[in-house]
Write a protein that binds this ligand. Structure first.
Ligand SMILES: NC(=O)c1ccc[n+]([C@@H]2O[C@H](COP(=O)([O-])OP(=O)(O)OC[C@H]3O[C@@H](n4cnc5c(N)ncnc54)[C@H](O)[C@@H]3O)[C@@H](O)[C@H]2O)c1
Length: 330
């Protein structure tokens, strides 16, 4: 594929987090000039070690996407904007819904307004969630599936997505919305289990502890390795037919939590599987089975996932075995 990113000016909101930092590393490899904006929200994935390999090659702005003056300045001259800053913690979104609303909705609106007034020709990729669908009526889940989110985080993501689409339609901003499945890999936060379940399972295995699987572990989920997600973000940004569209991004394969935990024990050679009851907080935001139908993005951008679940787990375990001290203390 042609390299559209060589010498391109790129802004990544939430750039010190899991997805943002992996994207920044890939963009630097492609020759882009990368600016990261991040407010280091406590208990989320912002971590300076994430950008260790490229720290001399990117600009970092420690700011909040809700800050209009910062965003008005930061969007200027950017060819592409990847909007990854957000309140990501599903459980916390129910404990502290106003913060979730403020960051995910107001933050997105501030960014869109900044673009309209300071850089209307830029392209914006918004990282939404498969949680926007809520409980699956059928599987795999196509983009036309009903959207009935079960938690505040998923509602604010759906609202932010709709704002990107309205700004595309009414103000001509080139926005692309992705509904991303559970993604895992290096550079995800490993401090707590409130989001990023596969990474949490790997941490438990590497600590040689019990991997806690809720209920009977039969719920199906679709897990995607980070490198495949990064490729999907890049391809959608440079596909003009994707502007104003919504795409699922996932592996297209389902696996139960039970089988996932067993696989992690086998691959890492550590940990053990333990079944535990759902907590009330977890039950409240649990939408049940999910597997993405990825035909739409495949057709529009020629993207397809390439890294198997086994290979992704191996790569992730290898990363944290080497860099554990930067992610958690035992
Ligand atoms: N990781 C996944 O599986 C997944 C799945 C679906 C959607 N998403 C979405 O992708 C985006 C990135 O997720 P992630 O997994 O990289 O999470 P992350 O917690 O690792 O990264 C999010 C980053 O955003 C920053 N941030 C939060 N609020 C901010 C604000 N107001 N101003 C500036 N920076 C702010 C945080 O400090 C953090 O570094 C989120 O919007 C999330 O909802 C992620």
């Amino acid at each position: 594929m042609k390299n559209h990113f060589e010498k391109a000016n790129v802004l990544i909101t939430g750039g010190l987090g899991f997805i943002g930092s992996n994207l920044a590393i890939r963009l630097v490899e492609l020759g882009a000039k990368v600016t990261l904006v991040d407010n280091m929200l406590p208990r989320q994935g912002g971590n300076l070690f994430n950008i260790e390999p490229i720290k001399e090659k990117v600009h970092i702005n420690f700011s909040d996407i809700r800050n209009e003056l910062s965003m008005n300045y930061l969007v200027q001259g950017k060819d592409y904007i990847f909007h990854l800053a957000g309140q990501v913690n599903h459980v916390d979104s129910m404990r502290n819904p106003i913060k979730d609303l403020d960051i995910n909705c107001k933050g997105t609106l501030v960014l869109l307004e900044a673009c309209v007034h300071n850089n209307p020709s830029t392209r914006i990729v918004f990282a939404g969630t498969r949680g926007e669908y809520g409980k699956s009526v059928h599987i795999p889940v196509h983009e036309d599936h009903p959207t009935n989110p079960v938690g505040v985080y998923a509602v604010t993501n759906l609202t932010a997505e709709k704002m990107v689409l309205v700004y595309h339609k009414v103000k001509g901003l080139k926005g692309i919305c992705l509904r991303i499945t559970n993604t895992f890999g290096p550079r995800h936060q490993m401090m707590h289990d409130e989001y990023g379940v596969l990474n949490w399972f790997i941490r438990k295995a590497l600590d040689n502890e019990a991997i806690p699987v809720f209920g009977d572990g039969a719920i199906l989920r679709d897990f995607l390795f980070i490198d495949d997600l990064i490729e999907a973000l890049l391809r959608s940004a440079v596909s003009p037919s994707a502007y104003g569209e919504v795409y699922n991004v996932g592996s297209g394969q389902g696996i139960s939590f039970k089988n996932l935990a067993e696989k992690i024990v086998t691959i890492t050679g550590e940990g053990r599987v333990a079944f535990v009851p759902f907590t009330r907080e977890r039950k409240e935001v649990e939408p049940g089975d999910y597997v993405a139908d990825i035909r739409k993005i495949r057709k529009a951008t020629k993207w397809a996932p390439h890294i198997s679940l086994d290979e992704g787990i191996r790569k992730t375990a290898e990363f944290y075995r080497k860099h554990r001290d930067h992610y958690w203390k035992k």
